[in-house]
Design a protein around this ligand. Sequence first.
Ligand SMILES: Nc1ncnc2c1ncn2[C@@H]1O[C@H](COP(=O)(O)OP(=O)(O)OP(=O)(O)O)[C@@H](O)[C@H]1O
Ligand SMILES: [Mg+2]
Length: 273
Amino acid sequence: MTDRPAPPIIELQEVWKSFGPLDVLRGVDLAIRPGATTVIIGPSGCGKSVLLKHMVGLLHPDRGRVRFDGRDIAGLGETALRPVRRRIGFVFQSGGLFDSMTVQENVCFPLAEHRHGSSDEWADRCREALRVVGLDGLQTTMPGQLSGGQRKRVALARAIVTDPDVILYDEPTTGLDPIRADLINELIVRLKTRARSTAVVVTHDMTSARKVADRIVMLYEGRFIADTTPDALDGIDDDQVRRFVQGQAAPEQLRDLQVVTRLTQGQSRTPTP
Ligand SMILES: Nc1ncnc2c1ncn2[C@@H]1O[C@H](COP(=O)(O)OP(=O)(O)OP(=O)(O)O)[C@@H](O)[C@H]1O
Ligand SMILES: [Mg+2]
């Protein structure tokens, strides 16, 4: 008997999403296999955050299906979504900490929201989550007193406090220096090993993508144009993928830049009265 691959924990089928005239997702298909880390790359504004929000029901598709553990969540309301959300940790692009709450209150927020355990357990769970991210002891600190890297780690602690099956990370390393970014990458890798959880990471940070990914997919103009492993990424024969991965602007973008340069040079030659 051959081993069948485990069914996907999250599955998007033919997902379409527009905002007014803007078609952001144009028939996206993606199956997230359990126990692996899938990294979604793609240019700014291409719809990566929109895609991630569909996975937790924060956005609903205009057309298509979104399944979590086999169940279609595309049209579910807030109450019906609660058991699904309990199984998913979400690290928001902005961090999303509440500035008026202490670190502990922020970390415990999902426990309160899901009425998960007794309040006596919350302090223990919070300590454990903060210990994992190396911030135990900062429970009573206010987010405004934290560095950018610490805020990201508190957001991560909040995402893992319910022991989720899946963690979704939206730009977890953006805005951090390379050392602190590496610390977050290391945490993502360790969390997956420790909890055998599934992760989906949205990033434009290629160092991070290569370090944490089992699989890398690239979103471009509303569809996936690459689905590969970190090792095979450099061998992909597609201009858009190659430019993105190597951080090179397209010729037409450089032409736009020449126009700007000519304009500014023209201005500087204008004689002052
Ligand atoms: N709620 C919304 N209402 C209207 N437009 C939206 C909404 N959410 C996203 N958009 C638009 O959808 C497009 C994709 O946005 P999204 O935030 O997913 O991009 P992204 O790939 O995550 O970009 P970045 O890398 O800069 O974070 C953008 O043009 C954005 O302005
Ligand atoms: Mg985004």
